[in-house]
Design a protein around this ligand. Structure first.
Ligand code: PLP
Length: 393
């Protein structure tokens, strides 16, 4: 045990599995190896030019250098509300039902911190984006993980949890889902809202991949469900929809009680994102819907190139309907070695970096995740290496 492990909260956090892969990738690249990186879901594209221009202009003005507002400037809150009106037909009050956050991660971590008391149960699918589980643990809640081979099985699992002794305080979901790529329709959302209504639970929907639905599929917002605002919030992120991952802008929208709780916590913790970034984000929401469509189409094309290459290499996988990932079951003969060792082997022998499934929780074992962050040319190059590796391994 290292010194840091002895701190109460840090001791509850397992070593970050992805760090092992990142270190290995860095070493191989330093040694001159051209590793094709499908690891982290870190968008490689540029932020729309109009947004960058606005940032530069706003950054020239001294009035924007001061502390901003912890819950976000009014115009930005008004703009996200307009987007929800336009895209989902959802009406929100920009004063009481919308808050700007420092990305979705800030919203998730601090919302859980604000609304969870020690021992409160938060139920969510597993595998999942790590903060969904560890945000609960850091807030001293009880993370109840349900497998999600498909949406219907998850709903059945949820039904069963409600029959048990401890009712969940919060249902934490996210669709299109990272890493499994599971997508749902509005009826699924209605069913989750119904169960939460009947049992007095709250819902948090992480909508980080709101705009990444493929082949005509449009992911639903949970706020489209009538009455959802009475018990649900949705977290929307600029990271994937506008290639703005490094800018750190997101939103929490919907239920007034939860928005108020989050704004109280955040008023102690931060002064909001640098104001020129917030001003530039207004331009993204107002003028850059075309860029969002292009970003989605690009991921869809990369998905197709990757799937074609995987099939040609002898590793066929099901087509994801949304997100920016492929959740690939490890080929039978490599499965016993586990996802971390398999990911290391892929990097060493095929010069391909992927995320091991175990990094997304115990139920992620048996899979690796490919992100669509390499262009079509490099994806084809990687698939040729993969074919060679699988043929000879
Ligand atoms: C499900 C999910 N939520 C949230 C995030 C992070 O979003 P942000 O960059 O807005 O913090 C990610 C990023 O990969 C994600 O996959």
């Amino acid at each position: 045990m290292s010194d840091t492990d002895q701190f109460y909260r840090i001791a509850k956090l397992p070593p970050y599995v992805f760090a092992v892969i990142n270190e290995m990738k860095a070493k191989m690249r330093a040694a001159g190896k051209d590793v094709v990186d499908f690891g982290m879901g870190n968008p490689d594209g540029a932020t729309p030019q109009a947004v960058i221009d606005k940032l530069c202009e706003a950054a020239q003005q001294a009035k924007n250098h001061r502390y901003s507002m912890s819950r976000g400037i009014p115009h930005l809150r008004q703009e996200i509300v307009k987007r929800y009106q336009r895209n989902y037909g959802v009406e929100l009050d920009s004063e009481k039902e919308a808050i700007v956050t420092i990305g979705a991660k800030d919203a998730l971590a601090h919302l859980l911190f604000a609304i969870i008391a020690p021992g409160d149960v938060v139920v969510s699918p597993n595998p999942a984006y790590p903060i969904h589980q560890y945000g609960v643990i850091m807030a001293e809640g009880e993370a109840c993980m349900l497998p999600m081979p498909d949406p219907a099985t998850f709903l059945q699992g949820l039904e069963d949890v409600y029959k048990g002794p401890k009712k969940p305080k919060v249902i934490l979901i996210s669709f299109p889902h990272n890493p499994t790529t599971t997508c749902v329709d509005l009826n699924f959302m209605k069913e989750v809202v119904r169960m939460a209504q009947v049992n007095g639970s709250l819902i948090v929907h992480d909508f980080a991949y709101a705009d990444l639905g493929f082949d005509g599929y449009k992911p639903p917002s949970i706020l489209e469900v009538p009455g959802a605002k009475d018990l649900a919030v949705e977290i929307f992120s600029m990271s994937k929809s506008y290639n703005m991952a490094g800018w750190r802008v997101g939103f929490c929208l919907g239920n007034q009680r939860m928005i108020y709780a989050l704004s109280r916590i955040k008023s102690y913790l931060d002064y909001g994102t640098f104001q020129p970034i917030q001003i530039a984000s207004i331009i993204a929401l107002r003028e850059c819907e075309k860029n969002t469509t292009e970003i989605r189409d690009m991921y869809q094309e990369r998905r197709d190139v990757l799937l074609e290459g995987m099939a040609a290499a002898g590793w066929p996988c099901a087509k994801p309907q949304g997100s920016m990932f492929l959740w690939a079951p490890i080929p039978e003969k490599f499965r016993p070695m586990g996802s971390l060792e398999f990911a290391k082997l892929l990097m060493e022998k095929a010069l391909i970096a992927v995320s091991p499934g175990i990094g997304f929780g115990p139920l992620g074992e048996g899979h690796v995740r490919f992100s669509f962050i390499e262009n079509a040319h490099r994806t084809r190059q990687a698939m040729r290496e993969l074919k060679q590796f699988l043929r000879t391994a």
